[in-house]
Design a protein around this ligand. Structure first.
Ligand SMILES: *Cc1c(COP(=O)(O)O)cnc(C)c1O
Length: 399
């Protein structure tokens, strides 16, 4: 059976390009195809729309347009932020981050550790929260940068960035935050946050894939990662990707227009899905603190169920969700976020993330819930009793 439409519960992985965004982009893929650095009108006429995109992006986060550096993705933004802090302070060779960062930060820091930098990967509590006293103890005189995400993409848990930033600023340590999951879901104000650097990615806010943004606070020492032409005021070489930058600008306007009322509605829909799963399906648990977290994300472990198998069954029904596991040839590595929170590898492999969006409706949730309890029961029944006993003695007794 093939479902005729898609029920999308994976907005933290990517989002659709909004029709308004596509419409704004199209002229720059067709008649307005010039290079904004050119001296003739075909190019020069692009300078104003480029500036408008920068202003829209800046407005989304309460920044000045001169503090916006466009990049190719969120990953490039975070890599640029971290390496810039190291290049500009060669005497400082220590990085503080957490064990639950997106691979964009985590693997960048791991690669830097292999090149001789000292990296502290701070552990998290069982509910995914960070111990601020422990964070403070990790800061050293030679700490060049703290890179800590604002919202976790797997659990939605929020870290207290204003407090973290204040502790950094007291010590003259540069602070970068990966805020890729935040636009449209929470209000962003870089001055309230107090960060020096902040990363965003357009495809998480209904813009196109392949364009990101790095906020660089005025006065922050900076060295580019991508070295080339004078584009982005020398902060990032490479001819401006006009259609995508314009798309980012339009997407930023849409994200900024999201109202508190819409956010409450989104949170209520997420809460409704979460409650239905936890009450209608036995042996399920939510991962991560209930608050503070993003209004759209829930991470649930289904004891005794292989999440990868459940995802395949859901896909046949047109339902998209995520397991958080990294599929590497032949084997499934459990999510590093969930294992850092103290889940066993088996518990982590039994976990699904549902991440909603303003496009989701109560009907979508009803459709999901009309199938999920049965699929979970079938997978549990198919698992050997021995497997059931290993993951949950209670479940083995029940079956
Ligand atoms: C998606 C994501 C990224 C990476 O963004 P790309 O544009 O895909 O490189 C980084 N951090 C978080 C938290 C994300 O969710």
């Amino acid at each position: 059976m093939t479902a005729s439409r898609t029920y999308y519960f994976d907005s933290n992985a990517t989002t659709s390009v909004a029709p308004e965004v596509l419409e704004a982009m199209l002229p720059y893929l067709t008649e307005k195809w010039g290079n904004p650095s050119s001296p003739y009108r075909l190019g020069k006429n692009l300078v104003a729309p480029l500036q408008a995109a920068r202003e829209s992006a800046a407005a989304l986060i309460g920044a000045d347009p001169t503090e916006i550096v466009f990049t190719s993705c969120g990953t490039e933004s975070s890599n640029t932020a971290i390496t810039s802090c190291l290049y500009t302070q060669p005497a400082k060779r220590h990085i503080v981050t957490t064990a639950v960062e997106h691979s964009a930060t985590r693997n960048c820091c791991a690669a830097l550790a292999e090149r001789g930098y000292a990296v502290t990967f701070l552990p998290v509590n069982r509910d995914g929260s960070l111990d601020l006293a422990r964070f403070e103890q990790a800061l050293r005189p030679d700490t060049a940068v703290v890179s800590i995400m604002w919202a976790n993409n797997e659990t939605g848990v929020l870290f207290p960035i204003p407090q973290i930033a204040a502790l950094c600023r007291q010590r003259g340590i540069l602070i970068h935050t990966d805020a890729v999951q935040v636009p449209g879901k929470l209000k962003i104000d870089v001055n309230e946050l107090g960060v020096d650097l902040l990363s965003l990615s357009a495809h998480k806010l209904h813009g196109p894939k392949g364009v990101g943004l790095l906020y660089v606070r005025k006065g922050t020492p900076f060295q580019p990662l991508i070295i080339g032409g004078h584009q982005e005021e020398g902060h990032r070489g490479g001819t401006e990707n006009m259609p995508y930058l314009v798309g980012f600008g339009r997407a930023a306007e849409l994200a900024r227009a999201v109202t508190p009322e819409q956010r409450r509605t989104l949170a209520a829909l997420r809460d409704s899905l979460e409650q239905q799963i936890l009450t209608q399906i036995p042996h399920t648990t939510r991962n991560g603190a209930k608050e503070p977290r993003l209004p759209n994300t829930t991470s649930i472990s289904f004891v005794g169920v292989e999440a990868e198998a459940l995802l395949l069954l859901l896909d046949q029904l047109g339902i998209c969700a995520s397991s958080g596991s990294a599929c590497t040839t032949g084997s499934v590595a459990p999510s590093h976020v969930l294992t850092a929170m103290g889940l066993s590898p088996a518990e982590a492999r039994s976990t699904l993330r549902f991440s909603l969006d303003y496009e989701n409706t109560a009907e979508d949730v009803a459709y999901l819930m009309s199938h999920l309890p049965r699929l979970v029961a079938e997978l549990r029944a198919a698992a050997s009793p021995r497997t059931a006993a290993r993951v949950s003695p209670a479940l083995a007794r029940a079956s």
